[in-house]
Design a protein around this ligand. Structure first.
Ligand code: UD1
Length: 422
């Protein structure tokens, strides 16, 4: 099993390049099966989660060519069959559930293993199913599976009780061929949803309003193939911005969209980090050489502060001047990193969904466990500023969502390496 070892204390400098957004690419690969011709995705991030969704589609009969050197993925779904998806693969990644909408739309059938709980919460799928039912699908749940069937999907008006990212995406994909006008209200507004809609529209879909709370989909008869370059990964960018801040360094993050990062930029500025954006170059210079001040944060659906940046921000605030409060409103159990940060010397108290972080002057390296993807990134970041060596274990979580994290950080001066242990 691999570990990542970080030796803290190096000042970082130079440029770091951001990959395309994992959370855009996963639904886009799932949506590729809606076309009647090949789909090509450019600049795809070569990540474990991306390989898993490609394998799920291959098992269903799709022909996928994944070229790691040119970072392109081509999906040919001519031979896709309405068979059960590979259970082991689906269980590996919750986002596999994103194939249900497009399968239902294209083949009128989909049976998937019910996603269980995960480290950050129970993560139900009731809103996805509410949407499918509203479009006319029959849903049966039993023996650990969810089975959806529909001879024909018909447009409808769907109100989401919570702006779920996955449910919004799944319902968009399920409704592209539904006769009439589908309206999704209280839809999630994350940039990755607009990216999915842009991709589907380039195939001939008629989706309006994606990226806002009300999305309108006019059903079309068919979709063609397309070529698409996904948006940059705002969470990877935010993670590296915090790496710059926590090491009191000045670095340039290349490949950003300022609007997508606004909530993170604003909080970093409030904590005393200097930020300079070049829209033309799509870059941000982060200067963390000032003292870092405490700030309060509440995670919210976009455009609020992203839950996927909460753990990394906690690493920074653990070393800030003063007491910060972080309230996690999106997932019910997303403080697993706290006990690991505490082993490094952070002073954090949890009360329900709130964490109270009293900044300390220094933290020290030790062996810590990545309990989920973003928690793992937070521990690497903490390690960059800790005294001595930090060994992060269970890094398969990190590999699900960060392309070559140690290579990228090493390129800007971090003392970080991956090594295998038997
Ligand atoms: C997506 C992202 C994940 C991010 C999350 C919130 C992908 C592949 N993953 O996950 O990185 O952390 O958005 O920004 O894009 N919920 C329900 N019923 C449902 C669906 C969700 O109650 O049917 C709840 C969840 O339990 C959770 C909240 O809604 O508490 C947010 O979940 P959701 O927005 O659906 O997240 P994901 O799409 O799973």
């Amino acid at each position: 099993m691999d570990k990542i070892r970080v030796k803290g204390g190096n000042e970082l400098s130079g440029e770091i390049k951001i990959s395309a957004a994992k959370n855009s690419v996963l639904p886009i690969i799932a949506a590729s099966i809606l076309g009647n011709d090949k789909v090509k995705i450019n600049n795809a991030p070569m990540l474990e989660d991306v390989y898993v969704i490609c394998n799920v589609l291959e098992e269903l009969g799709c022909n996928i060519s994944l070229d790691k050197s040119s970072k392109s993925i081509t999906v040919d779904s001519c031979n896709i069959k309405p068979i059960n998806a590979n259970n082991e693969l689906v269980k590996k990644m919750r986002a596999s559930f994103l194939i249900m909408g497009p399968m239902l739309s294209r083949l009128g059938y989909c049976k998937l293993s019910l996603p269980g709980g995960c480290n950050i919460g129970s993560r139900p799928i009731d809103l996805h199913l509410k949407g499918f039912k509203a479009l006319g699908a029959d849903i049966e749940i039993g023996h650990g599976y969810v089975e959806a069937r529909a001879k024909k999907l018909i447009a409808n008006r769907i109100y989401l009780d919570f702006p779920s990212v996955g449910a919004t995406e799944n319902i968009i994909m399920a409704s592209v061929f539904a006769k009439g006008t589908t309206i999704i209200e209280n839809a999630a507004e994350e940039p990755e949803i607009k990216d999915l809609a842009d991709f589907l529209n380039s195939m001939g879909a008629m989706i309006d309003g994606a990226g806002r709370g009300k999305i309108i989909i006019e059903g079309v008869d068919s979709l063609k193939g397309t070529e698409h370059t996904p948006i940059y990964d705002r969470i990877e960018a935010g993670t590296f911005m915090i790496a710059g801040a926590i090491t009191h360094s000045k670095i340039k993050v290349m490949g950003i969209n300022e609007e997508h990062l606004r909530p993170v930029i604003e909080k970093l500025k409030e904590s005393g980090v200097k930020i300079e954006v070049s829209e033309e170059e799509q870059s941000i210079v982060v200067d963390g050489r000032n003292i870092i001040k405490s700030v309060d944060i509440k995670t919210m659906p976009y455009p609020g502060f992203p839950t996927d940046m909460q753990a990394q921000m906690m690493s920074l605030l653990a070393l800030a001047n003063g007491v910060s409060v972080i309230t996690e409103t999106v997932f019910e159990n997303r403080f697993m990193h706290v006990s690991e940060l505490a082993r490094m010397g952070a002073n954090v108290k949890i009360d329900g969904r709130t964490a109270l972080i009293e900044g300390v002057p220094k933290i020290t390296g030790c062996e810590v466990k990545a309990t989920d993807l973003r928690a793992g990134a937070a521990l690497i970041i903490a390690g960059l500023s800790a005294e001595g060596e930090t060994d992060v274990t269970d890094i398969y979580h990190i590999d699900r969502g960060y392309v070559d994290i140690e290579k990228k950080l090493r390129s800007i001066g971090a003392d970080i390496e991956r090594y295998s242990v038997d």
